[in-house]
Ligand binder design. Sequence first.
Ligand code: ZN
Length: 107
Amino acid sequence: MGHQEQGQTLRETWALQGFEVESVEIEESTDRGGRPAVKLVRLHDVRGVHVCPQCGKRHREGLFEESMERRWRDRSLETYVVLTPLRIACCGGTRVEQMPWEVPGHR
Ligand SMILES: [Zn+2]
């Protein structure tokens, strides 16, 4: 399987979950200690739903984007998912939306 095909599979996998793959980058290690380069998969959320981490309520509208993008390590340990989550108004304040892979029991 070539690189192009792998990228295609990645896009399709995320598209099924409601995310567009914006870019895939390789981040080279900055130290010389042998840490391997990691792959950064930057996602764009097109699900149109934002879930409160506290009560699980689904919101159609987000308030604003977090100022910092967040990274989640993939099961492969060499890939990070990069995304800027939205804040939602819920539970008497603002909450950072919960991503599907943060839910306990998600595959
Ligand atoms: Zn809530």
